[in-house]
Ligand binder design. Structure first.
Ligand code: PMP
Length: 333
């Protein structure tokens, strides 16, 4: 459906870096008969250089979902439960199910924030999405430092899928913390969800743990086209910066617009906002928007059912969403 406004899966609203697209087109030639570089060295080197690390500190995989799945299998199988927030990214429970890992949910605070002091229980590890999903709020570097000190013998996985939209990355802590695994993705701020590229930063010992799991499935992490495109994307800093600025400016406009319509909007540091209306049913709002060809995400569940998660689109898309909501709220009043 061509005219659908898709604000439900937190994709980037603009196309990828033209340099990445050129590199992918150039990679689609006769060399596709050859296997890709099993070490993805050019990409890992580009990712490492960007943050002052070396290729030994970098793992790449088919989207951060695959990187997360490998990490769960490699590091969290100690018998104790894995700790993560209630609520957070829904796939963490899926990976626990897949690898038979017990987990324990740590409730968010009343205002839907992650509080690291609540992650005290004996555990096999900790997973924090920062910014969190679906709430969009983030904790700072000091909070993650405290968490690393609380569980020095356990891997603390910080899922930074949305970090580029205004939160502080903890990648600078990798050098001094052997228990930190930072996972990021090309799917959001790099506009390459369709290429499926995710990556992790950590000290070499943890990276080797991920490689061992990966090699037991498939020794090629990424195809030739994805490796070429992602490498060029990392090197196009100017495109990256200006795209993020546009999204942050649209987020400010969208949040203000929603507030003006009577929504409570959590302070987002991601490319989506989490909002609820004081006296309107969120599921019904989502259904009414769907009738107007606008898709947003509504999650069932005790803490989530009164909220809508709305991806920050282009300014025209955000304005269409706001005017559709204005119309829906007006009609039902
Ligand atoms: N982590 C979080 C918090 C996410 O929301 C998502 C997907 N939306 C992912 C990881 C996985 O993203 P991908 O596999 O596209 O990198």
């Amino acid at each position: 459906m061509a005219d659908l406004i898709k604000l439900n899966t937190n994709e980037f609203p603009y196309g990828p870096s033209p340099r990445a697209l050129d590199a992918m087109r150039a990679a689609a030639d006769d060399t596709l008969r050859l296997y890709p570089d099993p070490t993805a060295l050019a990409l890992r080197t580009a990712l490492a250089e960007r943050v002052g690390l070396t290729a030994e500190n970098v793992f790449v995989g088919n989207g951060s979902d695959e990187v997360l799945a490998h990490a769960f299998q490699a590091f969290f199988n100690h018998g104790d439960p894995l700790l993560f927030s209630d609520v957070t990214y829904s796939f963490y429970k899926v990976y626990c199910g897949l690898y038979d890992l017990p987990y324990r949910l740590v409730p968010l605070t009343e205002n839907m924030a992650v509080q690291v002091e609540d992650f005290t229980a004996p555990c096999s590890g900790v997973v924090i999405a920062n910014p969190n999903a679906p709430t969009g709020t983030a904790v700072g570097l000091d909070a993650i430092k405290r968490l690393l000190a609380m569980h020095p013998d356990r891997v603390v996985l910080v899922d930074e899928a949305y970090v580029d939209f205004g939160a502080e990355s903890v990648v600078s802590l990798v050098k001094d913390h052997s228990n930190l695994l930072v996972v990021q993705t090309f799917s959001k701020s790099r506009a390459l969800a369709g290429a499926r590229v995710g990556f992790a930063y950590a000290q070499p010992e943890l990276i080797e743990g991920l490689v061992r799991v990966k090699d037991s499935f498939n020794s090629y992490p990424l195809d030739r086209i994805a490796q070429a495109g992602a490498t060029a994307a990392v090197q196009d800093e100017a495109w990256f910066r200006q795209g993020i600025e546009k999204v942050i400016s649209s987020r400010t406009m969208l949040s203000a617009g929603l507030t003006g319509l009577g929504f409570e909007v959590l302070p987002s540091q991601a490319n989506f906002v989490y909002a609820r209306h004081a006296d309107r049913d969120a599921a019904q709002l989502a259904a009414s928007l769907r009738e107007r060809a606008i898709i947003v995400r509504h999650l069932r569940g005790e803490r989530t059912s009164s909220w809508l998660r709305i991806t920050v689109g282009t300014d025209p898309q955000c304005n269409m969403l706001l005017s559709a909501l204005r119309d829906i709220l007006h009609r039902n009043s």
